[in-house]
Write a protein that binds this ligand. Structure first.
Ligand SMILES: Cc1cc2nc3c(=O)[nH]c(=O)nc-3n(C[C@H](O)[C@H](O)[C@H](O)COP(=O)(O)OP(=O)(O)OC[C@H]3O[C@@H](n4cnc5c(N)ncnc54)[C@H](O)[C@@H]3O)c2cc1C
Length: 104
């Protein structure tokens, strides 16, 4: 049980590092769109994976409304869609970081 929780912790810390990098660039007046997009991607992924582990760890109780886990599970899924979807982040990285052709 500890390994998936530890893995969620590692991924959250990685997302935090990228967020700090984006903030540091922003504060320095440097371009930070790539880092901000990557931070949002990593944070959305980390929160979704942490919620998935949480649901698994709680077994059947994870689905009971009384424990709030299923609500948090649904809410962390939101971050794949809003305020910017994971697809659009990947589209930004593909086009502006990797220089791949624009897709229509
Ligand atoms: C709970 C909630 C709160 C919100 N609050 C706010 C708010 O306060 N302010 C605000 O301005 N907005 C808010 N929104 C709107 C939110 O920003 C949008 O829902 C989000 O940007 C996705 O846009 P969309 O809903 O039009 O979906 P769409 O853009 O239609 O996306 C639908 C699907 O198509 C994919 N997709 C879209 N375009 C592409 C593409 N070019 N390439 C590949 N895949 C693509 C997406 O990844 C997604 O899977 C909120 C949304 C929700 C659900």
């Amino acid at each position: 049980m500890q390994f998936p929780i530890a893995e969620a912790c590692v991924e959250i810390e990685a997302a935090k590092l990228m967020r700090h990098r984006a903030c540091a660039l922003y504060d320095a007046g440097q371009p930070c769109a790539a880092e901000a997009n990557m931070a949002k991607y990593l944070a959305a992924k980390a929160s979704w994976e942490a919620a998935n582990v949480c649901l698994q760890v709680h077994g059947g109780f994870g689905f009971a409304c009384e424990y709030d886990i299923e609500r948090k599970f649904r809410e962390t899924r939101l971050y794949q869609v809003a305020p910017i979807s994971t697809n659009l982040i990947l589209s930004y990285v593909a086009e502006h970081v990797l220089g791949l052709p624009r897709s229509f």
